[in-house]
Design a binder for this molecule. Structure first.
Ligand SMILES: [Zn+2]
Ligand SMILES: [Zn+2]
Length: 383
């Protein structure tokens, strides 16, 4: 290991992998044999390529830093294979692509396909609470793009087909060698004659004007799973627009808009509602029939029930979107104080108050009680 790989690339020993990559890319542009074919430059190019091969690989770099031979375990695939890299076979743009990916030097990678993936589409779908809770099947009408029936997506008029572009000979790109102060530079651009496709359409399809697709309206049945809520996105793979040139379709997304319910307020998969019961029923206890998403349900009001008390009906909420089970229906009780008493009712209540010694009752604060107000606050804050 006589040579100093860091010095060859002109970077510090603590250079990041990005710095190393940039340094090598800069040197490679100057020294690539396609640009500078003289033997001395080729030799130099091989050296910096070898340095980059080691320093760009964390394992080899560590071994090199420790004074070992980074090519020891690599065998023929290491240094030997690398020697051929710069010297033969690779045109410069392909070489840059191979090392840096297509972003290197702004190079493109041969002709691009006319067929591209279609766009995704999003449709808002309004559902009531019951449909969100149990799922639903809906018929949707969507405006979308489908494969052109006249040309089957090829974009050419019937009886004709795309032909190879004469300007770029089907490569889809045009390369130019330019002299600059750094030496010769090869630049590659998409072919302007064929927009980089490598082919041209002698006669575009009259129905789709060469796009390979036409707009249409179609109806489809979609199944909404149980448990969705406001803002849920449902992905229907491959139900979006067909791509240009007969490319694969994008996806269709349904965005759920949950309509408010007159009685139930949804919090997660639980439903909350307020049940108002008469004072006497709260004191004596009763069985009350309430509405739920599943139909009428009997609720036992225990004797002595207070305003603000909570009665859960387990499993009568919304189905969980993931997996089994359901949320709960949570009933918040409000005890109604009677108004507009007739003479007989008023007398009965006065007699009751006398019996209970409540004609002039002392007011009672109950500090620290986790009662109605905290539950009310929790309900407003979404628990
Ligand atoms: Zn067509
Ligand atoms: Zn062309």
């Amino acid at each position: 290991m006589a040579e100093d790989f860091y010095a060859m690339l002109g970077v510090r020993r603590d250079a990041s992998s990005d710095e190393i990559k940039r340094a090598y890319r800069r040197l490679a542009r100057e020294l690539h044999p396609d640009v500078n074919p003289d033997p001395a430059t080729q030799e130099k190019f091989k050296e910096i390529s070898q340095a980059y091969d080691v320093l760009s690989d964390p394992e080899k770099r560590q071994m090199y830093d420790l004074g070992g031979d980074p090519f020891a375990g690599a065998g023929a695939g290491g240094a030997a294979g690398f020697g051929g890299f710069g010297s033969a076979g690779f045109p410069f743009s392909e070489f840059v692509d191979a090392v840096f990916g297509a972003a290197g030097a702004g190079a493109t990678r041969g002709p691009r396909s006319r067929a591209r993936r279609g766009r995704n589409a999003t449709i808002r779908i309004e559902l009531d609470l019951s449909e969100c809770a149990f799922g639903a099947t809906r018929e949707l009408t969507v405006d979308t793009a489908v494969v052109c029936p006249t040309c089957s997506g090829e974009g050419t008029a019937p009886g004709t087909h795309p032909v190879t572009c004469e300007v770029c000979a089907g490569r889809g790109e045009i390369s130019q060698v330019r002299r600059s102060f750094l030496g010769q530079m090869m630049t590659t651009q998409p072919c302007p004659a064929c927009s980089g496709f490598g082919t041209v359409l002698p006669r575009p399809c009259p129905e789709c004007d060469g796009d390979g697709r036409v707009r249409t309206r179609r109806t489809m049945k979609v199944r909404i799973p149980a448990g969705v809520e406001d803002g849920t996105h449902i992905q229907l793979a491959g139900e979006g627009e067909t791509g240009p040139g007969g490319g694969p379709p994008g996806d269709l997304f349904l965005e759920v808009v949950q309509q408010p319910h007159p009685i139930f307020e949804r919090q997660g998969d639980d439903l909350h509602c307020t049940l108002t019961i008469p004072m006497a029923a709260a004191a004596l206890g009763a069985t009350v029939s309430v509405e739920s998403l599943d139909g009428p349900s009997d609720v036992d009001i225990r004797p002595g029930t207070q305003s603000g008390q909570v009665i859960p009906l387990y499993g009568l909420g919304v189905k969980h979107l993931s997996g089994n089970g359901r949320g709960d229906l949570v009933i918040h009780v409000t005890v109604e104080t009677p108004t507009r008493l007739d003479a007989e009712q008023e007398k009965l209540l006065r007699d009751l108050a006398k019996l209970r010694g409540e004609e002039s009752p002392p007011g009672k604060f109950q500090p620290g009680q986790q009662g109605f107000f905290s539950r009310l606050r929790d309900a407003f804050n979404g628990r």
